[in-house]
Design a protein around this ligand. Structure first.
Ligand code: NAD
Length: 289
């Protein structure tokens, strides 16, 4: 397949390389010359604009920073210039409202489009082990699945347009809140004189068990190897967690949903990010407790 790929940054670079490995002809564009050069090294063809990259494409995949950019790229250079037969897949993490409006504009113009945000970081993007949460019609999902499968280990149909983004931000709101709750439980346990490893072993087998503890323990030297064991370097950056929490708060406001724990998590991550910790793994928030 001829696949146009827009946005070859930390995530998109590895994803595009996996599409090349799967035998696709990848037509790449990024505003950054460095990102484009790397994509060429991985076997993609580089183009000077989105319009040139989408010419004759069977599918267009985008992995961009935010909703405003996604809207601009699709409205200006994809919807219209890409063949009407091309399937459009936006894998960026953006707000639900923009995901729905861009897909609606694409559908009105005769395209099929899905929102397909990912779970998993840069290592999963490079390794082809991302999880895709897909919003769109059953038909569009059926077309998207084999393309996404070349970049991930799981491709799940979440529902109609926007449902992929909804699943992503609800999951990450739960993750942000559960990480802070895990951090404070370990800190309290310590203050009460409990050995951290002993508390891990007990809580892992008791009702407090959760992913933030058993798979991603924020305490160095406890549980499996995590970013905590590497000075909170790598992993999932605080700035990206904050981005997802802000998207969740915006969606909650639009939907009239009460999210007091998510709201508090957003404020705590905002303060942690503002203190200069945006590049640290999100589990480093334990340092504030
Ligand atoms: P990044 O900043 O490394 O990459 C984004 C790329 O888009 C950059 O190379 C930039 O030059 C390019 N770009 C920006 N505007 C453009 C335009 N108009 N036309 C073409 N290219 C343009 O970001 P990333 O870490 O790769 O994240 C991309 C998306 O994936 C974001 O929505 C992010 O929230 C999401 N995400 C990231 C992670 C992660 O761990 N990094 C995990 C899950 C989801």
């Amino acid at each position: 397949m001829k696949i146009a790929f827009i946005g070859l940054g930390n995530m998109g670079g590895g994803m595009a390389a996996n599409l090349v490995k799967a035998g696709h002809e990848v037509r790449a564009f990024d505003l950054s010359a460095g990102a484009l050069a790397k994509a060429r090294e991985h076997g993609a063809a580089g183009f000077a604009s989105v319009r040139e990259a989408v010419e004759g494409a069977d599918a267009v995949v985008s992995m961009l920073p935010n909703g405003a950019i996604v809207e601009r790229v699709y409205a200006g250079d994809v919807i219209g210039p890409a063949p009407k037969t091309a399937l459009l897949l936006d894998c960026s993490t953006i707000d639900v409202a923009t995901a729905k409006s861009v897909a609606a504009a694409a559908e009105t113009a005769g395209y099929a489009m899905v929102d397909a945000p990912v779970s998993g970081g840069i290592a999963a993007a490079n390794g082809g082990t991302l999880t895709f949460m897909v919003g769109g019609s059953a038909e569009a999902f059926a077309r998207a699945e084999p393309i996404l499968a070349a970049m991930g280990k799981a491709v799940i149909h979440a529902g109609a347009s926007g449902a992929g983004q909804a699943a992503k931000i609800c999951n990450n709101m739960l993750l942000g809140a559960s990480m802070i709750a895990t951090c404070e439980s370990f800190r309290l346990a310590e203050k009460l004189g409990l050995d951290q490893q002993t508390f891990f072993e007990i809580a892992s087998k008791a009702s407090g068990q959760n992913w933030s503890m058993t798979s991603y323990c924020p305490v160095p030297g406890v549980g499996p190897v995590t970013p905590a064991d590497n000075g909170y370097q790598g992993g999932f950056a605080t700035a990206l967690m904050l981005k997802d929490l802000k998207l969740a708060m915006a969606a909650a406001k639009d939907a009239g949903a009460e999210v007091p724990m998510g709201d508090l998590a957003e404020r705590l991550y905002e303060a942690f990010d503002a203190a200069g910790n945006g590049a640290l793994d999100f589990s480093a928030i334990i340092r504030t407790l």
